[in-house]
Ligand binder design. Sequence first.
Ligand SMILES: Nc1nc2c([nH]c(=O)n2[C@H]2C[C@H](O)[C@@H](COP(=O)(O)OP(=O)(O)OP(=O)(O)O)O2)c(=O)[nH]1
Length: 135
Amino acid sequence: MTTIKPLLVVAAALVDADGRVLLQQRPPGRAMAGLWEFPGGKVEDGETPEAALIRELDEELGIQTHASCLAPATFASEALGDRHLLLLLYVCRKWQGIAHPHHATALQWVRPNQMYALEMPPADLPLIGLLDALL
Ligand SMILES: Nc1nc2c([nH]c(=O)n2[C@H]2C[C@H](O)[C@@H](COP(=O)(O)OP(=O)(O)OP(=O)(O)O)O2)c(=O)[nH]1
C-alpha cells in the first residue's frame, strides 16, 4: 500500500483597502516557477499554522502581522507529486510594513476576478471563486 504524507502549507490573501489581494510570482529554478501564488509556505515541525504564516510573511515580504489578524477563509486539497497538498488560506487585512518581494520575482495587487486570467498553481484555482464571493 502506498502511504501518502500530507504536505501542510499556509498562505495568506492579504487584502488592501481597495479590496485587492497580493500575489507573488514564484522564482525561476523552483517547482511551479513563474506561477502567481499567495504568499506563504510549509508549516515546519513544531509550528502552529498561524505562527508559520506569520514567519513566512516576514521572510517573504518583510511585513509583520498577528494571529488575531489571520481569519481562516478556505482550504485546498490537491495531489502534488507523491505528496498531498493541504493548503490553508487565511484572509489578512491588517499588517505592519510595506510588502517587498524578498523571494518572489514580482508582486502584484489584483482583484479576485482578475486572478482567473493569471497562471496560478492548480490547487489555487478553486480558491479564486471563494475569494471573489468573499471580498
Ligand atoms: N505559498 C504558496 N504555496 C503554494 C500555493 N499554491 C500551491 O500549490 N503551493 C504549493 C507550492 C509548494 O509545493 C508548496 C509551498 O512550498 P514552498 O516551497 O513554496 O514553501 P516554503 O516557502 O516553505 O519553501 P522552502 O522552505 O521549501 O524553500 O505549496 C500558494 O498559493 N502559495
